[in-house]
Design a protein around this ligand. Sequence first.
Ligand code: NI
Length: 405
Amino acid sequence: MKTTALRGDMFHEATRILESPLYSSLVAMRRDLHQHPELSWQETRTAEKVCAYLDELGVSYRRGVAGTGIVAEFPGGNGGPFIALRADLDALPILEETGLPFASQVPGAMHACGHDAHTTMLLGAASLLAQDRELPAPVRLIFQPAEEFGEGAPAMIEAGVLDNVALIFGGHVDRHFPVGSIAVTDGPVNASSDSFTIRITGRGGHAARPHETVDAVIVGSLIVMALQTIVSREVNPSHPSVVTVGHFDAGTAANVIAGQALLEGSIRAQENSVRLALHRSIERIAKAICQMHGADLEFSIGQGTPPLCNPPEGARVARLAAAAAVGEGNVARMDMASMGGEDFSYYLEHVPGCYVRFGTARDGVEQFPAHSSRFVIDEEALAVGAAFFHAVAKVAGQSIHQVAP
Ligand code: NI
C-alpha cells in the first residue's frame, strides 16, 4: 500500500481511492496532460482527452462549449436544479524546469498552476459519479478553458452552463497545506484583478529648454508616487488592496524632453467596494496631476476578475463534503486570502457555492509557488480532489432538498 499523508483513524473516501485502480488511472491522466500543456483558448488535445475519458465511462457530454469547453451531466434526484462542479483546462507560457520524467514536451508551455490536476480530479469524480446510482440531485461537470486569461468562466456562463444550477464548487491545488488536507474558508479567498492605463500627453522639446515643454516624465513620476498614497492613506488598513505600476514608458533620448508617457498597472482588492474606490482614486489622482502641470490624460480601466468571496452556505456544504473526503481532522481554513485572481469568482456572482484549496505539500519536498518554472504537486492530491468533488455533489444535492419544500 502506498504511504499517505491522510491522517485520522477513519477510512475516508480519499484513502479508498488511493488504494483503488482509479488512482493509477488518474496519475496516468494527469501526467499525460502535464506532458502536453496547452495555452488558454488552445486546449484542443486536452479537451480530446477529457472526452475520451468520459466516453469510456459512458457519460453524456457536450463539447465545443465556449470554444474548447466541455459540459457533462449526470442524472439524479427528481431532475431538479443541478449541482455544478468546475475544473480549468489551460496551461501557462512558461519553460518547465522541474526535471520531472513527465515534464512538458511543449517548449514554452507548462502546467505551472496545477490545472492538469484540477481536470484530472474532476474526471476522477466523473468516474465515481458514473457508478453512483443514488445522486440526490443532477450533477453538471464544467471543464472550462482560459482561466489564466480570466476569460473562460464568463464565456462558459454566457454559453449557459449555470442555467438551472443551485450551487457550484471548484478548487485549486495549494502548496501552503499538506497533501491530504482541504482548506474550506468562508468569505474572501481571492482578490479582484483589474488593470489600468494612463496615457500622458505633454509637450516635448529640447533638454536644455524645459520652459518650452510639458515634461511627461515628470508628470508620470508624480503620478507614480501619488498613487502610493491610495492604499496607504485612503483604504481602511484592515481591507487588503494593492496598486502596482508595472510599466512606465517614456522618452527617446537623453537630450530630449519627453512629450508622452505611458503607465500601466494592476489593481487588487478583496471587496467590491474597495475595488471601485481604487478605480476612482487612481483616475482622480492622475487627472489632478495632469491638470496641475498642463498635460492631457487618457485613462482606462481593464475590468478583470471580481473578488472571490465564499458565501457561508456554500462553505458549510463544502466543509461537510471535505470531512467526508478526508476526515474532519484534515479540513483546514485559509488564514489570509490570496491577492491573486481566480475566474471562478464570476460563477459565484450568479450562484452560491464554494472555492476550496487542495493541499499538495509534503515534508521534506521543496515547494515552489504556482506560476514558477519549478512548480510541482504531490499527486495524492488527485485522490483528495476526486473524493471531494464526488462528496460535495452528494452533500450539496441533499442540502438543496432541505431548503426547497
Ligand atoms: Ni490556477
